[in-house]
Design a protein around this ligand. Sequence first.
Ligand code: M6R
Length: 592
Amino acid sequence: MCGIVGCILKENKDVAPILFNCISKLEYRGYDSVGMATFNGEINVKKAEGDIETVDSALNFRNMKGYFGIAHTRWASTGKPTDENAHPHLDETGTVAVVHNGTLENYSYIKEELIKEGHEFKSTTDTEVIPNLIKKYMDNGLDLENAVRKATEKLKGSYAIVVFAKDEPDKLVATRMNSPLIVSYGKEGYFVASDTPAVLEYARNVVRPKEGEIAILTKKGIEIHDANGKKVPWRSEYIDWTPEMAQKEGYDHFMIKEIIEQSTAVRNTLGQKANIKKVIEEIGDVKRICFVACGTSYHASISGKYLIESLAGIPIDVIIASEAKYTAKTWDEDTLVVFISQSGETYDSRMALKQARKTSKTLAIVNVAGSAMSEEAEFVIQTQAGPEIGVAATKTYVAQLTAIYLFAGLLAGDDDLINQLYKVPTYIDEVTSQREYIKELSSRYDFADDAFYLGRGFSYPIALEGALKLKEITYIHAEGYAAGELKHGPLALIDEKVPVFVIIPPGEDYDKTMTNLEEVKARDAIILSVGAEGDEKIAKNSRMVFEINPAVKDIIAPLVYIVPLQLISYYVTLDKGYNPDKPRNLAKVITV
Ligand code: M6R
């Protein structure tokens, strides 16, 4: 998703190197174009399609002049990734500059209106209507703040914008609706950005403007105004994520660093036990729980279903957030709706959360403190994975699972399960210590066009997540299946060219999964099993095996068995020559 940054320095020195550094920290969100605008009497704009490094070597962002400016990484949603569509966008007179994250649902009507009034447009983006509206209102006599307010009143959809204008210089004006935006301050100056990693190096005191509020940044400080223009007091929180946590620290990619950090993510999230207990007490009795999430967080939710249903006997639904509106009709005051999201900003989940708040108790399990969902849900559990930069979720996933396991264990009063969780970090470290071996195993898979992942019971969501990891970064088509479903269709696709990953931990589903393994073996599939150390039956029936040591049982498997699958995806991606941190077409935070 697009990343936005704005900065105004306290002193009159050039802001461009700082802005450039900040926008580079948002690369992880996914983007296809980059641009910057600064002001030194005139608005200077440099922007183009391409990655930051390439565009910078052609345009040299860092020599732009002026002590304040805005920057943007664009992830194309309305209009193709082209130089013209890259942000910042100016109004037709070139005097109002805007960066925008989000999508405007009604931009075509506004654009038509503006065209009828004689305005001209250069791009095919939705964003370009914003500077033109602002300029129109400024020409009608409004100051910049009120022109921004009036312009945003017309917008429908999602936006976080940062604006400056030649006719009212020396300030940045920012506002948001359904898109994330933080304001922060440090020694050098005042910042606004779509996410904290952008500014951590310079400013760790973060203010989170509410939707519809307007932040005004000058070299003297920050003001936040409400929808009526009234000054509102703001409170900042200190972000204890260090800038180093969002660096590669010697690893080749964020993804491998984050896979290795999973033991720490679990350990730190286990530190939330007392908070989770308190949250459960405050929630009180519920008759039904409904998990709502997307992607990897959806897979973590399915583990939650298996766990809570088997331990606590509470009926659980798991809904993909973008499909939630139908189930939402059945939510009532006895339903707890649980939203799982690493970013806490996912648009579809947020819309479902808005809906759920009208009828039910809501709980958000998020990794980013102060994120929109953590502000909007009634109850919050914060996972402790630290910043995750790789687009493929890894450590945030095991942290989500840890929080869900604690939640389920505490809900059911299952001390045995909770005690087992404290050993998980060691199990994970044992797997990651074998990454050279996994790399070797992975080198045999880059040929594949399709792959299947099979698991039953607690291992079914592992199969789904293993397949997602493979497809999103290697671009190999992969499907996760409940092992018992195979014979109801997909078995037709299995032959000697198809890799099948079988997740088969010890436990009550073992024998049945073994039957499924034998079914694919009979079709000559290339089987790689993940099973317990020393399991000879698995070894005999599989082409390759990755052994989990010690032999954790099925109920704990989701937290451990996923790790070799993440590593396989990572190494296959490297073999194919792709960058695992930035898969094509994907973004880290999906705010549209
Ligand atoms: O921030 P969220 O957890 O709400 O994000 C949900 C999905 O977009 C996310 O898990 C996505 O599927 C990841 N790329 C998976 O690796």
